[in-house]
Design a protein around this ligand. Structure first.
Ligand SMILES: Cc1cc2nc3c(=O)[nH]c(=O)nc-3n(C[C@H](O)[C@H](O)[C@H](O)COP(=O)(O)OP(=O)(O)OC[C@H]3O[C@@H](n4cnc5c(N)ncnc54)[C@H](O)[C@@H]3O)c2cc1C
Length: 416
């Protein structure tokens, strides 16, 4: 049975949330004692996209369920660098959310990034927005705790979704454990890179040109690290991918390596072996890792890249975050776009309930918003990533030129 983690007593479920009458669906089915509850909105996936969407819906008066196959705290394979725009998006929802998250989340505040070019040249970037790195085990847990504390969302953990379908008057979420399906007026797929919602409702073949794969492990005792500095190593043979070292606090670093999937396939790269070889042989990395301790196995995961417009909606559903393929193709971050799209989705949900319109046409407004506010930037980033992929000399020159403050400013604008 799924765990209900709303923070409210079981007997309160479905009662304490006041639904504004102007938002309520007139065709809402009656809930019998034996049936699973009907919600206004079901968010599938409680990562950054789902949590941000639930937070943004806190004043909507809608009955919202947030389901996740995992029980939190749960690990998520990631570089753990929380981009400044992710924190800015949270701050826009509420300064208190941001302060609470910062106060509770174990982290390493990032002030500087060090970029190492294929020829060994270096550039330093000072970040304008506050940003930090924190293991997703902690970050996602504390983000979800904001949902528990500040919203009436019903959180169902250990709730794996096996299937979803939609009809003209409702959407159905089918759990993997065979228990009674849940129904809702709208469902939002926030279920990550292998999204069931995307696979079932908007199936499309994997396009390796818009997909990246990456591996990571935690290390301790790497020489020459600075808790407030993240490091990126660009390597001639593996552009436009990179190897990263991101301190996450407590002397621990997240170390990883990723590349675009079509290049991995073309060059038959084994990411794990390549990462280990780089740590053992790279002229700078080898001495720094000589006395380091690997704390966890090297594990990998996929990154669905943005950069090409794709459908994100259909009748009674929409997609956010990795489920919508919104990862920055050049830098590989997606926590920010996951949260931004979750917040845009919440605005669309309220619009739908106000107009009592859940049609594919009406939901397309969300797609346009994502394209305008996120998609165009990701398309630029994709073109730049492709441009750099076979030009290590441009990265070498770029790192050298970035020592000039004005050029650095321009380059930073270019890469976003
Ligand atoms: C190796 C690697 C390194 C990365 N490094 C960074 C980085 O440093 N910074 C950055 O910003 N981004 C990074 N990313 C990308 C980032 O991890 C994602 O963009 C981000 O997690 C997207 O958030 P999300 O909420 O869309 O999905 P997720 O964080 O993946 O959350 C999806 C949730 O859905 C749940 N779920 C999945 N399937 C089901 C189901 N069937 N039923 C119920 N629940 C389900 C999962 O348990 C999960 O909790 C990296 C990715 C990888 C793979």
């Amino acid at each position: 049975m799924p765990d209900v983690g709303s923070g409210r007593p079981e007997s309160d479920r479905g009662r304490s949330c006041t639904v504004r009458s102007d938002f309520r669906s007139p065709s809402r089915p009656t809930v019998s004692a034996a049936a699973a509850p009907h919600y206004d909105v079901i968010l599938i996936g409680a990562g950054p996209a789902g949590a941000a969407c639930a937070l943004a819906l806190r004043h909507s008066g809608l009955r919202v369920a947030l389901v996740d196959k995992a029980r939190f705290p749960r690990d998520k394979v990631c570089g753990d660098a929380i981009p400044g725009p992710a924190l800015k998006a949270l701050r826009r929802l509420s300064e208190d959310f941001y302060q609470e998250l910062r106060a509770r989340t174990p982290r390493a505040d990032t002030q500087i990034s060090r970029l190492v070019a294929p020829d060994g040249g270096q550039a330093r970037v000072q970040w304008q927005l506050p940003t930090f790195s924190s293991p997703r085990l902690h970050f996602d847990h504390h983000l979800l705790n904001l949902v528990r504390r500040h919203t009436a969302t019903h959180i169902l953990e250990n709730y794996a979704v096996r299937d979803v379908h939609t009809t003209t008057d409702h959407a159905t979420v089918v759990p993997a454990d065979g228990s009674t399906p849940l129904t809702a007026a709208l469902i939002i797929g926030c279920d990550g890179a292998n999204s069931v919602v995307a696979r079932k409702l908007l199936p499309r073949p994997l396009d390796r040109r818009y997909h990246c794969a990456a591996v990571r492990a935690y290390y301790r005792g790497i020489a020459g690290t600075d808790e407030h500095r993240t490091e990126f190593f660009f390597l001639k043979e593996y552009l436009a991918g990179y190897l990263w070292i991101f301190p996450v606090g407590d002397g621990t670093c997240n170390v990883g390596f990723g590349m675009v999937s079509d290049q991995i396939a073309a060059a038959q790269v084994n990411l794990k072996d390549t990462m280990l070889a780089l740590l053992a042989q790279h002229p700078e990395l080898a001495p720094r890792f000589a006395g380091a301790e690997q704390l966890t196995p090297i594990v990998g995961f996929g990154l669905p890249l943005g950069g090409t417009p794709r459908p994100l909606t259909g009748p009674r559903f929409l997609l956010c975050g990795d489920a919508a393929a919104l990862i920055d193709p050049l830098q590989g971050h997606g926590i920010d776009t996951a949260m931004q799209s979750g917040i845009l989705a919440a605005a669309q949900v309220e619009r739908c309930f106000r107009a009592q319109n859940f049609s594919a046409e009406y939901l397309r407004h969300y797609e346009q918003q994502v394209q305008a506010q996120i998609g165009r930037r990701l398309a630029r980033s994709y073109r730049l990533m492709r441009f750099l992929a076979d030009k290590p000399w441009v990265v070498n020159v770029g790192c050298r030129l970035a020592r000039q403050p004005l050029i650095k400013k321009w380059l930073l604008k270019l890469v976003g």
